[in-house]
Design a protein around this ligand. Sequence first.
Ligand code: CMP
Length: 139
Amino acid sequence: MSRNKTLIMIKPTAVRKGFIGPIMAKINEGGFKIHAMKYTQLTLEQARAFYAVHKDRPFYGELTEFMSSGPIVAAILVKDNAVESWRNYIGATNPAEAAEGTIRKLYGTSLGENAVHGSDSDDNAEIEGSFFFSATERF
Ligand code: CMP
């Protein structure tokens, strides 16, 4: 995946609370275009694989159980400098520290349940995009 794409997820709590619509509106307002998108639920095994980079962190168990606890929306978004642009747009990892108006401030509740995910590098955007989407699911 090139510099203009990032992989995002709307996390289970945000889905459960009915925030898919408002978050999609923010995605649109922010000028991000949809390259691929699906509504799905990760198994615990899939969540462990997706977040394998964090496997030695103390929150790995809590994170992977949470991420497999209900449906999510996964999407590849397109914009110039997409990884950094999305990370700035959603705000700090901890919603309590996120700037006013950001997605995590508006729709997140805690460090773990922080409404949305975003890839942290172009390389990881490529890996994470391929985790969810085949070539025929990208437009
Ligand atoms: P995300 O962008 O999905 O990438 C990794 C996730 O780990 C991060 O958002 C947070 O939701 C979660 N995370 C990071 N630090 C902690 C922590 N100390 N406790 C629980 N979850 C965390």
